[in-house]
Structure formats: structure tokens, C-alpha cells
Design a protein around this ligand. Structure first.
Ligand code: CTP
Length: 214
């Protein structure tokens, strides 16, 4: 099978030296790529800027902005994909315009004019002739189940992996995570705190089962 997996943050430039981004380390997405490779599958890994090494054998594509990630995802899906896992922490907003020169301290105070980025998961176009299993992530700080189930429906996922980002020991930048998976049939499965690679192996197994059942 062919997996397309996104990982890490995106960066949205304000001027030649500054950007808006988030705390994603890429560890969960890279663990998913490693787990899929380990089980003998081909992996296209589309990654934002991170400081961790890519798993050997992944077809790695580096991007910076949300727009670049959207383009890379569509290209890789069009080339052929059985499972698409959108694990990246895409910046939700980008500056309306990019300043050609550095914004000078003396220009301040300044107000940032931000517009939403494209929702990649919700708007990607899927091939008509090939079934693609779609997996999303949901980073929640409140009402985890309700918000995750809403994203599951609105972003057309087969299942969504939700984590509570208010916890310091799991999620962003941590080596461990705790996830609840919500499925289309209304069922859910909780995975208690564990190493990201261990969780990734469980998620990849579920992806394979979904892909085989279609
Ligand atoms: N996502 C995406 N494109 C974006 C923003 C998010 O594809 N521009 C994807 C993420 O990769 C993740 C899912 O959508 O798989 C949910 O992301 P999350 O940050 O939890 O939610 P948002 O859709 O950004 O909504 P909100 O910020 O309101 O929680």
C-alpha cells in the first residue's frame, strides 16, 4: 500500500525574517511514517520544518507554508495513495500580504492582518477510481469528543485521532501521546499514554484494516 503522511508545522512568512508557526515537533507524523515503513508499505512523507531525522526509506518532501503543503498533498494523492494521514499542524492563519522588506522596529506598534489558510484535509480532491482511507488529527483544549466528531464529519475522515493539548506530558513536542480515535460508525477507541511510535503502530494497523475492508 502507499501512504501519504503529513507532519510538523507550517510557517507563514510575515517578512523576510519573521513567520507565524506553532509548536509541532513532527514526532507523531514521523512515527507514523516509521510504523508504516516497518510494516512494509511505501511512504510519502510531506514535512514542515522540523529538527528530527526522517525515517529511512521514506520519500521525503520538505515544504514550508500551508499553501505548499496543500499543493504537495494533492500531487502525491494524484500519483496514487491508499491511506492519507493528515498529521501536520497546519497554521490556521497567514498574513494577508508578505512584506518585501524587513518590518522595522520603528514602524511599530503594528497590527497583523491575518487570513485563514486553506483547510487541506477538508478540501483535498480525491481520485474517483481509487478508494483512499482518510485519517485526520484533532488538537483540542476543550470538549474533545464533540469537537473531534465534528471535524471527523466535516473533514470527511474515516477516523480522527484526538488529543488533549492542555496536557504538558503528551501531545505537542512530547515523546508520548494519549489519543482517542473516533470512527465514522460512532465508535471510539482510547489509547492511554504511550510512546508515539507505539501509538503509531496501532494507528497504522487500523488504517490497513480499513483499507483492506474496502
Ligand atoms: N488541517 C488542515 N488544514 C488546515 C488546518 C488543519 O488540513 N488549514 C487538518 C489538520 O492536519 C488535522 C485536522 O485538520 O488533521 C484538524 O486540525 P485542528 O488543528 O485540530 O483543527 P482546525 O481544523 O484547525 O480547527 P480549530 O483550529 O478550530 O480547532
Amino acid at each position: 500500500m502507499t501512504f501519504v503522511i503529513t507532519a510538523g508545522p507550517t510557517r507563514e512568512p510575515l517578512d523576510p525574517v519573521r513567520y507565524i508557526s506553532n509548536r509541532s515537533s513532527g514526532k507523531m507524523g514521523y512515527a507514523l511514517a516509521a510504523a508504516a515503513l516497518e510494516s512494509g508499505h511505501a511512504v510519502s512523507l510531506i514535512s514542515g520544518p522540523v529538527c528530527i531525522p526522517a525515517p529511512a526509506g521514506a520519500d521525503l518532501l520538505h515544504i514550508t507554508t500551508a499553501d505548499e503543503m496543500a499543493h504537495a498533498v494533492q500531487t502525491r494523492i494524484d500519483k496514487g495513495c491508499d491511506v492519507f494521514i493528515m498529521c501536520a499542524a497546519v497554521a490556521d492563519f497567514k498574513p494577508r500580504s508578505l512584506r518585501a522588506g524587513k518590518i522595522k522596529r520603528g514602524d511599530g506598534p503594528i497590527t497583523l492582518d491575518l487570513i485563514p489558510t486553506r483547510d487541506i484535509l477538508a478540501t483535498i480532491s480525491l481520485p474517483a477510481n481509487r478508494r483512499v482511507v482518510i485519517v485526520g488529527f484533532a488538537a483540542e483544549s476543550a470538549a474533545l469528543a464533540d469537537n473531534a466528531q465534528k471535524k471527523l464529519r466535516e473533514k470527511r475522515c474515516d477516523f480522527i485521532c484526538a488529543n488533549d493539548i492542555t496536557r504538558m506530558d503528551t501531545g505537542f513536542d512530547a515523546d508520548e501521546n494519549e489519543l482517542t480515535l473516533f470512527f465514522r460508525d460512532g465508535s471510539q477507541r482510547h489509547f492511554p499514554r504511550a510512546a508515539k511510535l507505539e501509538l503509531a503502530r496501532s494507528i497504522i494497523k487500523i488504517c490497513i484494516t480499513h483499507a483492506e475492508n474496502h
